[in-house]
Design a protein around this ligand. Structure first.
Ligand SMILES: [Zn+2]
Length: 193
């Protein structure tokens, strides 16, 4: 990825929802290669998976991690060509990007507002039981380079999961198992987008 030194302080600070749930500080390292993401040399993605228990008014973070652009590209390359094509066709055909853009224009400094409903189905966050959130960062800033910030709810995650080849599912199972000790039956909660 091309690095542009002139855009160093563009973007907004890391929103609270993307901070480390345990420490309350930024997530500091790439989960795969240990690269110090705050150094700002490489872009990185932060992904988090949430589970809501409305009956207990509780939201739990199931997993969270940062992955640097280098490892992200490698993961993508490890996915089968068929899965990649299916995923990008689905995203292009189904994501409601104009709604996201509108929200960002309405409240440019309020990422909670941008991420208040599913990017695919439009379901409000309060009606979801499970959702995944992600965004791209450089140093301590949220940027739009690799991917706009997104929230994807359980229905869209299921549809995305159904598009993955067996090979790709095995690859993701390995990633989740290695890093989180997550058994394959729970892996479907996370799709590398
Ligand atoms: Zn890495």
């Amino acid at each position: 990825m091309e690095e542009n030194k002139n855009e160093e302080k563009s973007g907004i600070p890391i929103p609270q929802v993307f901070l480390n749930t345990d420490t309350g500080g930024p997530i500091e390292r790439c989960i795969q290669c240990d690269y110090q993401v705050l150094d700002g040399g490489r872009h990185y993605m932060i992904e988090k998976v949430f589970k809501r228990y409305p009956e207990f008014k509780k939201t739990e973070v199931l997993f969270e991690y940062a992955i640097c652009s280098k490892c992200y590209e490698e993961m993508k390359e490890a996915m089968s060509a068929e899965s990649m094509q299916n995923l990008s066709a689905y995203m292009m055909g189904n994501m409601n990007f104009s709604q996201l853009q509108q929200r960002m224009e309405e409240e440019p400094d309020n990422p909670d507002h941008w991420l208040s409903s599913c990017l695919i189905k439009g379901t409000p966050k309060e009606e979801l039981r499970e959702y995944q959130m992600g965004a791209c960062f450089k140093g301590d800033r949220l940027v739009m380079d690799m991917m706009p910030p997104f929230l994807i709810g359980e229905m869209a995650l299921e549809e995305l999961n159904a598009l993955l080849s067996k090979e790709t599912k095995d690859e993701m199972d390995g990633f989740m198992g290695d890093h989180f000790g997550i058994p394959p039956e729970l892996r479907k909660d996370l799709i590398l987008i």
